[in-house]
Each structure stands twice: as C-alpha cells, then as structure tokens.
Design a protein around this ligand. Structure first.
Ligand code: ADE
Ligand code: ZN
Ligand code: ZN
Length: 288
C-alpha cells in the first residue's frame, strides 16, 4: 500500500490493542511517532530505498507463482524458497518484537516492520508474481497513466479519500473501526483472526501460532501469515486482473467493485495487527 493505506492499518490497530500491547506500542514508538502505529507504519517504505536497508526490499511481498485468474495459490516452500519474503519477515519480526535480549531500538524496528508488513500482506498484488506484482501492467486512473500495482497501492485510495473521508486517514480509520465494532464487518471480524484453513488443520488461531512460535514445528512456518497471504491472493483470481484494456479503472465499474474490497482489506489487516500484538503482549485474542 501507499502511505495512506499503511497509516490507516496502523490507526485501526491502535483502537483494538489490549492494555499491555498498547503500553509497549506507545513506549516503544515514543513521541517520534506520536506514540501510534499510524505514523510509524510508513517507516519501512522510507528506508527501503536507502542502501543500508536495501536488503529489506524483498520482504514487502511474496511472489506467489500461481496463474491468476485461472488458479491462485500461495506455498511457502515454493514461493519463499530462499526464506526471504513477507511470510518469513512477519515470523522473524514477531519473535524479535518480544525478544528482551534485543535493544529498545531493535525492538522498535521490529514493531515498525510488523506494522508495515501486516499491512502489505493484505494488498493482493504483494502476494502475486504475475507481471512483477502488476508493476509492469500499464493502466489508466482518472485520465493518468499508472500501473496496476500502484493503482491498488494508492490510485484508488487517493480517489476515495478526498470525497468520502475529507482526505483524512484518521477519519477513514474511525469509520472502519465502527464497521468492525457495530457495522457490516462485525460478523466477520472473528473469522479474520481465526487463521483457520482447510490445508493447515493443525493450527487454527493466533494463539496457536504463538504456541507454534514458542514450540516450532519441523518446517518452522507460521499458519496465520500464510492464511492472510492466501486470503489476499484469492482476490488476484476473482477481481484484480478482471478489466478491459484501455478502460479508466478509477472511473469505471472496476473502481466501484474494488474499492469496497480495498476498504475491507485495510480494516482486516488493522484488526489482525492488533490481535497479533495482543497475543504477543497480553496473550489474548478477544476484543478489549
Ligand atoms: N517485486 C517483485 N514482485 C513484487 C510484488 N509482488 N510486489 C511488489 N514488488 C514486487
Ligand atoms: Zn505496493
Ligand atoms: Zn511495503
């Protein structure tokens, strides 16, 4: 996602943190980030282009070598064979954020990476190898030429925010939080953090993942990030690549069909980030 998508994921998560998770987040981020996951969520994109952090660039995505729209799938052994992708990044920074042998600075960095990568794994084109995650597919948005990846990162969001949310990511986040607490997302929120999967029957919840992290399985993988990745990747088969060449994707049915899905993905990842930190710091999965 672009800056607005990431910040909104962070602002949504802030409103679902349990007491110890909130305490850690506020203390760790400090006044530099206004004690909030919202402003801290874009740090990983800011350092990605710096030579000191160029190693982190590949951690923002997983190149699922599937064939959308005909078939979608994510396999960690196939798509993250060298162990350097968003799936392993989430596992690594999950263990580092609670590692008391690390410095405060190292744990803050782990938190900022988690804040960002839990957002990115909800972007369908960050879980897709086709056309380098859509980066090499030229499309039109509001009369301007962009690419399919950027359209999903920020093009459609930049069209949504001014008219609907007064160009404010905190307004957007508050609306998504209300939809989770009492609106159209409330019946779905529990399923968003269950990590249930027909192909991963051994582990079914964020708590199961934390147990798995403390007592790793033979293959050392985590269930939840893989479930989140497959959830996003399915959209590559159902809607992302479904358009007519030449149509303006920000003023056509493509926009009206997909903008509700983008809003859901942002809300989902914010809620998942909070649930993840809550299990790490308080051992709870329920709403505060
Ligand atoms: N580079 C290669 N694949 C990518 C993807 N899926 N998303 C972003 N950048 C990429
Ligand atoms: Zn992107
Ligand atoms: Zn990113």
């Amino acid at each position: 996602w672009g800056a607005s998508g990431h910040q909104t994921v962070g602002y949504v998560a802030m409103q679902f943190l349990s007491p110890k998770a909130l305490e850690f987040v506020q203390t760790s981020l400090g006044s530099t980030y206004s004690h909030s996951l919202g402003p801290a969520a874009t740090w990983a994109d800011e350092v990605r282009s710096q030579s000191a952090y160029s190693w982190s660039s590949v951690l923002h995505y997983v190149d699922a070598e599937d064939d959308p729209p005909d078939s979608c799938s994510v396999e960690e052994s196939r798509d993250c064979a060298d162990g350097r992708c968003i799936l392993t990044a989430i596992a690594n920074y999950t263990s580092r954020v609670v590692d008391t042998s690390l410095s405060d600075t190292q744990r803050q960095e782990a938190l900022k990476f988690l804040d960002h990568f839990v957002g990115d794994i909800g972007q369908p084109l960050h879980v897709e190898a086709r056309a380098v995650g859509g980066n090499t597919i030229s499309v039109q948005c509001n009369g301007a030429t962009t690419n399919l990846h950027a359209l999903w990162d920020s093009g459609m969001i930049n069209r949504l925010l001014p008219g609907t949310y007064n160009n404010s990511v905190t307004n957007w986040a508050n609306t998504l939080v209300n939809r989770i607490k009492s609106g159209p997302y409330s019946s779905l929120a529990e399923s968003w953090i269950s990590c249930s999967s027909t192909t991963e029957p051994a582990r079914r919840s964020v708590e199961d993942d934390m147990l798995a992290l403390l007592h790793p399985r033979a293959d050392g993988t985590l269930a939840c990030p893989l479930v989140w990745a497959r959830d996003s990747n399915l959209l590559d088969c159902s809607t992302v690549f479904d358009y007519t060449t030449g149509e303006d994707l920000c003023t056509s049915s493509y926009y009206t069909r997909n903008i509700p899905l983008i809003e859901t993905q942002i809300a989902k990842q914010g809620f998942r980030l909070a649930a993840w930190l809550n299990v790490l710091f308080d051992g709870v999965t329920s709403l505060p």
